[in-house]
Design a protein around this ligand. Structure first.
Ligand code: FES
Ligand code: FES
Length: 155
């Protein structure tokens, strides 16, 4: 079936299998491999992208369901060589080790700050509660999101 989706600001049209998951469309058809594919069972959160500004697990959505919608992936965070504040925050606060969970964490954090520019640590923890990190213990991830919120408040 034919689908037209806006991905990172560009309209793309492709013939896809009705059963194809969005994560596979992004990674294999569009070569946007920044979105990670971890569990395929909706548990890990490594595959989170934004759909119309809301964080969604791209392993739980069919490509066909995205017809006419806007998808944003981690590749869209850096603009003209400038890191998004959430990316910068992860760097500043050492919020990653292996990095496998990081794309999903970043897109979840970006969606949170777009909706709530000054979240409490509890609100940050709730926002990332659908994502698993095996390395960091989450403390530095919360700190990184807080760092980004503070940077954006000053800008
Ligand atoms: Fe989607 Fe793990 S791959 S939640
Ligand atoms: Fe390794 Fe999060 S940094 S899983």
């Amino acid at each position: 079936m034919q689908v037209s989706i806006t991905v990172n600001g560009e309209r793309v049209s492709h013939d896809v299998e009705p059963r194809q998951l969005l994560v596979h469309f992004l990674r294999e058809t569009l070569d946007l491999t920044g979105t990670h594919w971890g569990c395929d069972t909706s548990n890990c959160g490594a595959c989170v992208v934004q759909m119309d500004g809301e964080p969604v697990k791209s392993c739980t959505i069919l490509t066909a369901m995205c017809e006419g919608h806007e998808i944003r992936t981690v590749e869209d965070l850096e603009i003209d060589g400038r890191l998004d504040p959430v990316q910068q925050g992860f760097h500043e606060r050492h919020a990653l080790q292996c990095g496998f969970c990081t794309p999903g964490m970043l897109m979840t954090a970006r969606a949170l700050l777009d909706e709530n520019p000054n979240p409490t640590d509890d609100e940050i923890r709730t926002a990332i509660s659908g994502a698993i990190c095996r390395c960091t213990g989450y403390k530095n991830i919360v700190s990184a999101v807080r760092w980004a919120a503070e940077q954006e408040a000053r800008a």
